[in-house]
Design a protein around this ligand. Structure first.
Ligand code: ATP
Length: 462
């Protein structure tokens, strides 16, 4: 990572901590690697991200329905999906500093590649050829153990009382979509859906990620937003193109700059996949996967049919044709979207009296929509009027009441959490004309608005 990129990342991480967006987990115990907690503004941003996704994916579509399946599933689910056998990353240890590293990432850095289809021997052959060029990102030395495939599934003893649960574990789900596949038949039988249709869900997933860097980009506990779309085999690629276009447009609607996203086509496909693209975002550490949009054939339903012994097909009500639907998917992380939204919003601006940091979130993502201030905190009549206005506005918007310090300081604070509007109540409000000052976050322009007009004013703004 270049120095200025590293600096930008550090600034975002520190703003997140300072302003209550995101904290490292268990800090008072010295931290717990690759797990993060979302603070008061982080959870609002996270909820806004999920709301926008749900709106685009479920609310505005009459061919997609929602689901909330459990984190725990029958352990056979993970055998059928291939996770027990093959969900692994190649791990090596630096013999000098004992950092655990992902060999595919180390190889990528020197222009070589190891993919998930390769055996341990094949990976080690390539690793050995390039070992001398590779430096440990932690200590800079070049002395590594051999690569070993490390399974990423997180095990638990849920429902196992034998004391030997490690042999027959239940798993915390490694991805949310398996919950969708195993509910395909339930939804077909109970909701009025016809192929082509989709099932969407948002939920936690867990992976024992080897490297724990890059903030919320790669965490061991994370949240996914996934949509699986069931199609007739002949229409799979046509629907896939439509989904790709819809997902691209979604990020533009979310306010992301088009130059900050790009398509990355997978060259090495798993055997069942028809086509796979990622949407990459321009994070401070480079363009990296934000979302996967994949055409998966009928592999998922066929596997679950084989392992469960249940028929998971579809009978066309018009033609009576019977087939196993093909699946196209859109899969994106909440944390990766939150981080992209933070990067997109972070702005430093020169001002006459120094510099201001302002998070230019689009209004729909802003954690707090409106802040309400009495000009002075020691004037009860101002405080009372401000409270009255705050109590009205909070019925429709996430609002914040602030009477700490001078108004300039309060603006700075709201700029740093990205609040689009601040409303100040002063003596003119109560003594003269019942107007307040509304200040715009981006232009810093202020205008007087009638208290009775505030409702209409903000309805137009949001
Ligand atoms: P990567 O190659 O970066 O490990 P992946 O290809 O394994 O990601 P998928 O299995 O396709 O990721 O998961 C779908 C989406 O879930 C990703 O595009 C990403 O947004 C999110 N995601 C996956 N793993 C993590 C993680 N450890 N932390 C946060 N988000 C994740």
């Amino acid at each position: 990572m270049k120095k200025e990129q590293n600096d930008l990342m550090q600034k975002i991480v520190s703003l997140c901590k300072r302003r209550g967006f995101i904290y490292p987990s268990s800090e008072i115990y010295g931290g717990f690697a690759a797990v993060y907690d979302y603070g008061p503004y982080g959870v609002e941003l996270e909820n806004a991200v999920k709301r926008e996704w749900w709106r685009a994916m479920v609310q505005l579509r009459d061919d997609i329905v929602g689901l909330d399946s459990s984190i725990f599933m029958h352990p056979r689910v993970w055998e059928a999906s291939g996770h027990v056998g093959g969900f692994s990353d190649p791990l090596a240890e630096c013999k000098n500093c004992h950092a655990r590293l992902r060999v595919d990432h180390l190889l990528e850095d020197v222009g070589a590649a190891a993919d998930e289809k390769m055996s341990e021997e094949e990976i080690n052959k390539i690793f050995t050829e390039h070992k001398e060029k590779i430096k440990c990102p932690n200590c800079g030395k070049s002395d590594f153990s051999d690569a070993k495939k490390f399974n990423l599934l997180v095990k638990s003893n849920l429902g196992n009382f034998t004391g030997d649960w490690d042999k027959e574990p239940s798993y915390l789900r490694g991805e949310t979509c398996q919950g969708i596949y195993i509910n395909y038949k339930n939804i077909l039988d109970s909701a009025r859906v016809k192929v082509p249709f989709g099932i969407a869900q948002i939920g936690k997933a867990f992976r024992n990620e080897i490297t724990a860097r890059q903030f919320v980009f790669r965490t061991r506990e994370f949240e996914q937003m996934e949509m699986q779309y069931f199609t007739h085999p002949e229409n799979e690629m046509e629907e896939y193109e439509k989904l790709r276009q819809a997902r691209w447009q979604y990020y533009l609607n979310l306010g992301f700059k088009e130059e900050n996203i790009k398509w990355h086509k997978h060259e090495n496909l798993v055997f069942y996949a028809k086509e796979a693209y990622d949407i990459e975002y321009n994070y401070p550490f480079g363009f990296k996967e934000l979302e996967g949009v994949h055409a998966r054939g009928n592999y998922d339903l066929s596997q679950h049919s084989k392992f469960s012994g249940q028929e998971l097909n579809y009978i066309d009500p018009k033609t009576s044709e019977k087939y196993v639907p093909h699946i196209i998917e859109s899969s994106v992380g909440v944390g990766r979207t939150v981080l992209a939204a933070l990067c997109e919003a972070y702005t430093e601006e020169k001002m006459e009296d120094g510099e201001r940091i302002v998070m230019k979130f689009p209004r729909k993502l802003a954690p707090v929509k409106i802040a309400v201030f009495p000009l002075l905190k020691n004037k009860p009549e101002l405080v009372e009027k401000a409270r009255e206005i705050y109590d009205l506005l909070k019925m429709d918007y996430m609002c914040e009441f602030d009477d700490n310090g001078n108004v300039g300081k309060r603006y700075r604070r709201q700029d740093e959490i990205g609040t689009p509007f601040c409303v100040t109540i002063d003596f003119d409000t109560i003594e003269k004309d019942n107007t307040v000052t509304v200040r715009d976050r981006d232009t810093m322009a202020q205008e007087r608005v009638q208290v009775d007009e505030l409702d209409k004013y903000f309805r137009e703004k949001f």
